[in-house]
Design a protein around this ligand. Structure first.
Ligand SMILES: [Zn+2]
Length: 150
């Protein structure tokens, strides 16, 4: 099976989040054969919920759709390096592969900061692929935060 990135869908979700006034981050959950099970963008402001990050919403939606509490053999695409909360949720969900775009020096918890997956107390570490479509992902964030400052 050839690899097909679903980062374009995650980027579209990030774009849609920006249009709602949310931090532009998007996420997609796919099954082992590449079928899209769930897709989401940040909705923390809309839902008044600090945990409503794109990854959390996509994982919740995928679990609900499949009627199961874990997502083994499923992959998650997200435009930005997950924060510690989302990294922990990805571990709990038993996600098979994590693909992410831009690195997040400010809040990331995968390759820097808390490095959630590298702890002995972390019971599942996905395969991790970073830097996918990193440029358009960080460009969306740059534009969003630049627009807020003016
Ligand atoms: Zn997060």
């Amino acid at each position: 099976m050839t690899f097909a990135s679903h980062m374009d869908i995650a980027l579209a979700e990030a774009q849609a989040a920006a249009q709602r006034g949310e931090v532009p981050v998007g996420a997609v959950v796919t099954s082992s054969d590449g079928t899209v099970i769930a897709q989401a963008g940040n909705r923390t402001r809309e839902l008044n919920d600090p945990t409503a990050h794109a990854e959390i919403l996509a994982i919740r939606e995928a679990c609900a759709a499949l009627g199961q509490e874990r997502l083994p053999d499923h992959d998650l695409y997200v435009t930005l390096e997950p924060c510690p909360m989302c990294a922990a949720a990805i571990s709990f969900a038993r996600i098979r592969r994590l693909y992410y775009g831009a690195a997040d020096p400010k809040s990331g918890g995968v390759a820097q900061g808390a490095r959630v997956f590298s702890h002995a107390q972390c019971h599942h570490m996905p395969e991790i692929y970073d830097g996918l479509s990193a440029e358009p992902a960080s460009e969306l964030l740059r534009k969003f935060f630049a627009g807020r400052r003016t």
